[in-house]
Design a protein around this ligand. Structure first.
Ligand code: HEM
Length: 442
């Protein structure tokens, strides 16, 4: 009998210190075990924080919509730790920052970025040469980082353009891999990570100078970064820039890797996708390939593959803070608790996704994608007021990239499909082992 009406509480687990590993359980697996043992709502008490996990789909609406939970209060600390944005500045500028990105990346505006993105993908993919053997994850990063950064921050701010590609990739990878620890700890505990963070902040400072000069609007329109410059008017502008950059790359690029890896490891899927791509692009040049939005509309199967990869490799956890007592099931969650939903596990509920572990693009046939409606139970982009503002851009970007790389290159997978690492809760999973591919330009 639980007299306080609070959910069952698990103590003695320290998620962000690697101690979870000593328990033999990575954080993602821990959630599934705790759920099996303690029921659909449970609290983990760790390092002075209470994390209350919500695992029932029927409670997700409350998580996203309730006035008694708050997004900004949940992530403010993390924004201080990962990008040194002061609490005051964060509460002052976050709403405008979110509104700006949401407004710039509506489905309509994302469409306008597509022509330029297509040119960038062509240019970067041609740098791969005629053939080669490489780690697919690294290949995708090398091509997408400079292309997407050129598209969102301006050509002059693409790391390839200013010669910092190799270093950018290294520093960003360190920053990204340590993001979760970094979001929990003051950065004096994480020397290498902190060095990467300061390098990226300084890089962003330089990008902002170039953005302010403003001559480099190759698309004839202001870049997302140039819009940010006019929105954030305090000294933390580069810090917001860094968080925006991280958000735009951290999930989208590993999911691109997974989408291609999943497709290649399932011959029937690969074949079907290739037929669709060839039927749409017909006899187009493989070196300078134009993919328009109309072309994308003619490749729904490739889009299903993207969404299916996003389902299977959705972020480990998203969070809100409880600000007033919150009723969930028969429990009252106390104010101050961090409320957690795991999209990764939500997408493994067989009631919503039969054969949840199967990569089955066909299941997306039922979604009304023309009206931008996902499948019920799909929460990879979060929800409510602070749902991912980059989601329409992300889908367009991944759809175009996957169609183009598969049209240009013939791939052979040399390793078995790697498993996802369950070490991290924040963001999407990285592959646990190598994934080498051989490629040849068609
Ligand atoms: C498949 C790729 C992506 C996934 C799975 C993803 C997922 C998410 C999730 C789960 C959130 C938190 C939402 C919540 O708590 O309800 C988020 C926030 C955010 N995402 Fe994405 N995202 C992706 C791509 C992108 C891209 C390409 C951009 C930018 C171009 C972007 C920009 C952002 C920003 C700026 C936020 C923070 C919003 C705020 O602070 O108000 N995301 N994303």
């Amino acid at each position: 009998e639980n007299h306080t009406n609070a959910p069952p509480c698990i103590k003695g687990w320290i998620p962000w210190f690697g101690a979870a590993l000593e328990f033999g359980k990575a954080p993602l697996d821990f959630i599934a075990d705790a759920r099996a043992k303690h029921g659909p709502v449970f609290t983990v008490y760790a390092t002075g924080k209470r994390l209350t996990f919500v695992t029932l789909h029927e409670d997700f609406r409350t998580f996203f919509m309730s006035k008694d939970v708050d997004f900004e209060q949940a992530v403010q600390d993390a924004c201080y730790n990962t990008a040194s944005i002061s609490k005051e500045s964060f509460f002052k500028f976050h709403p405008a920052c979110n509104a700006l990105i949401k407004g710039r990346l509506t489905p309509g505006n994302s469409a306008m970025l597509a022509t330029h993105l297509c040119e960038e993908f062509n240019e970067q993919l041609e740098l791969l040469g005629d053939s080669g053997t490489r780690c697919l994850n690294d290949l995708v990063r090398s091509v997408m980082y400079p292309a997407v950064m050129s598209n969102l921050l301006g050509k002059c701010n693409s790391p390839q353009q200013n010669g910092s590609m190799k270093e950018f990739k290294e520093r960003f990878t360190v920053y990204d891999e340590g993001f979760e620890y970094g979001s929990q700890l003051p950065d004096m505990f994480l020397r290498e990570w902190s060095t990467a963070k300061h390098w990226l902040l300084s890089l962003m400072g330089n990008m902002i100078v170039r953005a302010e000069e403003g001559e480099h609007t190759d698309t004839g329109r202001k870049t997302l970064l140039q819009h940010l410059v006019t929105t954030i008017t305090d000294k933390f502008l580069p810090n917001y820039g860094l968080l925006m950059l991280w958000a735009s790359l951290a999930n989208a690029i590993p999911i691109t890797f997974w989408a291609i890896a999943f497709m290649m490891s399932k011959p029937s899927t690969y074949k079907k996708a290739m037929e669709e791509i060839h039927a749409t692009l017909k006899n187009q040049d493989t070196k300078n390939t134009s993919i328009t939005l109309e072309d994308l509309q003619e490749m729904p199967y490739v889009k299903w593959c993207i969404l299916e990869a996003t389902r299977l490799r959705a972020p480990g956890a998203i969070t809100r803070r409880v600000v007033r007592p919150l009723k969930l099931q028969n429990y009252i969650i106390p104010p101050g608790d961090m409320l957690m939903v795991s999209p990764y596990w939500a997408h493994r509920n067989p009631e919503y996704f039969p054969d949840p572990e199967e990569f089955k693009p066909e299941r997306w046939e039922e979604a009304d994608l023309v009206k931008n409606v996902f499948l019920e139970g799909f929460v990879a982009f979060g929800g409510g007021k602070y749902q991912c503002p980059g989601r329409w851009y992300a889908i367009m970007e991944l759809h175009m990239f996957v169609a183009m790389i598969l049209y240009k290159f013939d791939f052979t997978l040399l390793d078995p499909l790697p498993k996802p690492s369950s070490l991290h809760l924040v963001g999407t999973q990285q592959p646990e082992g190598p994934c080498t591919v051989e490629y040849r330009h068609r």
